[in-house]
Design a protein around this ligand. Structure first.
Ligand code: PFF
Length: 452
């Protein structure tokens, strides 16, 4: 990816891989399963699917399109594409800047847990299928302030090191080779999980909706997850779009990314829920769910410890792609608007995340008593970013494209100046972006926050 200049991705396959690298991350392996578990299973999945296809995908298309049109960071893009006198739209970019910092503050903590589980898999510490022992092992990590902080800093140093050494392109090349392996390991996990006694209960939890469980809070969380998963509503896709080539087919690329991302999440769901029920775990365990179930499934397999370590290494690699894309939002803004070198901008951003990350990583130890609206700092950062800032950013981007930017310009840009035969599709996207997406997100947001 273009880390040090603005000359763009080198091939259309490179675009696909980098965009997918941003979307696929801890969201698939950690967040999707735990939120599906705490929000009642299949009903949540259904709303999440609808939100991803009818709202997420069109937002992804227009976000990338805006970035490619302006060839600039998330703030400057709106200065370039907004009509004269409407500079206020650049506020969307600044919201994205804040959301990126908030997300990285807790995301780096979860990545730290993953790193530490690589070592724990090899030491045998987490090799258990017993729910109580698994919960104790996880609690041992998160309730220890020193290890929580140290692992978070390791993640930040690794991310910072990759940028300082200028090896992001190399890392992406490695990730490109390793990600198919993660997919294969997930398939193996699914095979094991589905052959456990009682596995069917997990499948019905995941695929047989109980509509009574779909409350307004569940719908808001599903919408938030759709945005988080596809890295939308905060300028990440916009910034990546600014590196796209002029002849890249945006609707086709974004659709492929969405489908691939969804497949990884569904696979993770099928790997996890049958085992949850087979081993007698609690599906609504929350953020610790994956850290208990993945070790349990591997432990029940021959050679499990080694496979488990490989699995956590691959998940750590996946988290790096997402972290680099999150970091790209503030770094592009700081370097392009304030003339800061990319390395200095990255270092400054990483220091900010380290500071903001302290309450998040201590949220289950020293800062556990520190709550706002009943949420500890970790949950608060997650809620504020995923359930408020990203959907709000999504509404504003839709309103901008649907009501200010307009159909003729959208048609020109998404059809690559008329060279692609996709007029009808663009009209559907325009309708979704002008009416369906902003209205549905607004209702979901107001309802979910109990404001209507
Ligand atoms: N999509 C990433 C994941 O699911 O792990 C997380 C993420 C990356 C969210 C980049 C937002 C973002 F801008």
């Amino acid at each position: 990816m273009a880390q040090s200049n603005r000359d763009g991705f080198t091939s259309s396959f490179g675009v696909l891989v980098a965009t997918l690298g941003s979307a696929v991350g801890l969201g698939n392996i950690w967040k999707f399963p735990f939120l599906t578990g705490t929000n009642g299973g299949a009903g949540f999945l259904l709303v999440y699917l609808a939100a991803t296809m009818l709202v997420g995908l069109p937002v992804m298309m227009v976000e990338t399109m805006l970035g490619r049109t302006a060839r600039a960071n998330a703030v400057t893009t709106f200065e370039v594409v907004a009509p004269p006198g409407q500079g206020c739209w650049k506020g969307i970019g600044w919201m994205g800047f804040s959301a990126a910092l908030l997300i990285m503050a807790f995301y780096s903590e979860v990545a730290g847990w993953i790193y530490s589980y690589v070592f724990k898999s090899l030491s045998g510490e987490i090799a258990t299928v017993d729910p109580k022992a698994a919960a104790t092992a996880f609690a041992g990590l998160v309730s220890d302030p020193v290890s929580s902080l140290v692992w978070q800093w390791v993640v930040l140093c690794v991310t910072g090191g990759i940028i300082t050494l200028g090896v992001s392109k190399g890392i992406e090349a490695v990730a490109r080779k390793l990600m198919p392996l993660l997919f294969v390991l997930l398939l193996v996990l699914c095979g094991r999980s589905l052959t456990l006694p009682g596995a069917m209960r997990g499948l019905s939890f995941l695929f047989e909706p109980d509509f009574s469980k779909i409350t307004s809070g569940v719908v808001l969380t599903a919408f938030g997850l759709a945005f988080f998963k596809l890295s939308l509503g905060m300028g990440t896709m916009l910034t990546y779009g600014s590196y796209f080539q002029g002849d890249q087919n945006i609707p086709a690329t974004t659709t492929r990314v969405m489908l691939a991302d969804l497949s990884v999440s569904l696979l993770a769901g099928v790997a996890i829920f049958p085992a949850v029920f087979a081993f007698g775990f609690e599906p609504a365990a929350g953020p610790s769910l994956v850290f208990m179930i993945i070790p349990a499934v591997f432990t029940s397999m021959p050679g499990g410890a080694l496979f488990m370590a490989v699995f956590f290494v691959l998940t750590a690699v996946a988290s790096i792609g997402a972290m680099l894309s999150l970091l790209e939002v503030p770094v592009a803004i700081l370097s392009e608007r304030y003339g800061m070198g990319r390395k200095r901008a990255s270092a400054l951003t990483i220091v900010c995340i380290a500071v903001l990350g302290v309450p998040a990583s201590l949220s289950q130890s020293l800062a556990a008593k520190f709550t706002i609206f009943g949420l500890n700092s970790f949950d608060l950062f997650d809620f504020l970013s995923s359930n408020i800032l990203l959907p709000l950013g999504g509404i504003l981007i839709c309103l901008f494209v649907g009501w200010v930017y307009g159909l003729p310009e959208l048609e020109k840009r998404l059809s690559n100046e008329g060279t692609l035969e996709n007029r009808r599709l663009i009209r559907v996207v325009f309708f979704l972006v002008r009416y369906v997406a902003p209205l549905s997100i607004a209702i979901v947001l107001l309802n979910g926050l109990k404001l209507i």
